[in-house]
Design a protein around this ligand. Structure first.
Ligand SMILES: [Zn+2]
Length: 79
């Protein structure tokens, strides 16, 4: 009895969660192959050896600047 008239609504959370679960488990969300390496190519990160694009952004070896909230809630106390 699922509503298929709006596939992007409701299911999106489940799809995103499954995607992130696969990434966290070191598995390619596209083909379920083991991710042996993540490579930065341009703005995107690709899984190897399967070669699928994982996401736009930075590979884990180049951490981006952390959001203040993640560094400690003190940053927000004066707001
Ligand atoms: Zn893949």
């Amino acid at each position: 009895m699922s509503d298929i008239s709006n596939p992007n609504e409701g299911n999106a959370d489940a799809i995103l969660k499954a995607y992130l679960d696969d990434l966290a488990a070191g598995v390619c969300p596209h083909c379920q192959a083991e991710i042996k390496e993540r490579k930065q190519i341009g703005r995107c990160v690709y899984a190897f050896p399967c070669g699928h694009r994982l996401y736009q952004g930075r590979a884990p070896d180049k951490p981006t600047r952390m959001h203040p909230y993640l560094q400690g809630k003190d940053a927000w106390e004066e707001i």
